[in-house]
Design a protein around this ligand. Sequence first.
Ligand SMILES: Cc1cc2nc3c(=O)[nH]c(=O)nc-3n(C[C@H](O)[C@H](O)[C@H](O)COP(=O)(O)O)c2cc1C
Length: 408
Amino acid sequence: MVDQKLKGRVLFEKIGKPTRIVAPMVDQSELAWRVLSRRYGATLCYTPMFHAKLFATSEKYRKEMWCDLDGDTELDRPLVVQFCANDPEYLLEAAKLVEDKCDAVDLNLGCPQGIAKKGHYGSFLMEEWELIHKLIRTLHDNLKVPVTAKIRVFPEQQKTLDYAKMVLDAGAQFLTVHGRLREQKGQKTGLADWDIIKFLRKELPQDTVFFANGNILYPEDIERCSEYINCDAVMSAEGNLYNPGVFNVEHIGDKDKTFPRVDRLAREYFNIIKNECSESLASRKAMKSHFFKLLRPFLPHHTDIRANIAALNAKSSLDEWEQKVVIPVEETVRKIFEDPTIDDTVVTLEKQLWGGSYKTVPYWRCQPYFRPVNGVTADKRVVEELESKKRQAETPLEKEKEKELKLD
Ligand SMILES: Cc1cc2nc3c(=O)[nH]c(=O)nc-3n(C[C@H](O)[C@H](O)[C@H](O)COP(=O)(O)O)c2cc1C
């Protein structure tokens, strides 16, 4: 089977050389979200991580996560299905159940959450190279479709390079590198390290199909990332969740495509669920969380709609969702636009130390969200961190200069 299987670069070409990827996201990169994201420029999507053993053994779990429309050739391709696993047999059994409905199967080696520690998977396998090798090799040897992997990085460049080489040697045909350490999660997330991703790209065999992940806020960041790293494609998770328009790089400058109005996006997403993905339980379950994120900048101004979303759940009827959320959002934004004096411009601010620029976007448009920790939002934390690093880097030089002056 291995000989007949598509190798990385051939597979990449067969699926249309995608350059903008929706990341695997538990309970968030489900079918309806993928359909929406593709309409806004995503060219490859990953499913949420599925638990291989549960997927293989529990029909109930499978029905909650997967339906006949997932991986449909008209609606949902190209698609990579992601699993977490620590047992090669269960991983293979689970992967066999989807091999006819996807383009590749990915192994999650990045999940840093407590549940992954308890279940012994994701980034908590990072020290167990033999097991990882076996998991990947089992799929490589026995699955119809290629296997791929998504990793986090170690603090040491060389160790990360050896790790990546091992993953490729086991049979991974695409490698996604999320440039954060296992410890960088929750409040400690911080910036992803593009330099280590760039180093890996440079040092790994040049025909490796290589995806970079981390720090994408705006459509412009996608090109900046792929040029800096020289990767084949760029993957985004949070940037995509708060604004699917982040992938619309072919329409930079068109704010309706890159920072869509929340009323239009809420309607479009709702219609996808209602008309195209009604049989997807996962899509129904994820709806509440998606509405909260899509409408994130808008809800503090319209707390009645926020209360309506909070009161609904996956079992509420679609009619209720439409009446209590979608239509009120549409009516509210319509009223905003009735005022001829509103300022609907997107403003790009000055360039930052991280290489890109923040933007101010009207609150009725989708946009990145900067989570506050102890009252400081993530954008400000990043700026503070980089300025402090810059100061530290400059200090020795200045001391040297002072010394020279004294000598003179
Ligand atoms: C809500 C959410 C769910 C996630 N679930 C997964 C997952 O199932 N599998 C995975 O490999 N990574 C998962 N991640 C990590 C993302 O795929 C990605 O690696 C990380 O968020 C960094 O990308 P970003 O900076 O674009 O957010 C998740 C991230 C978020 C925000």
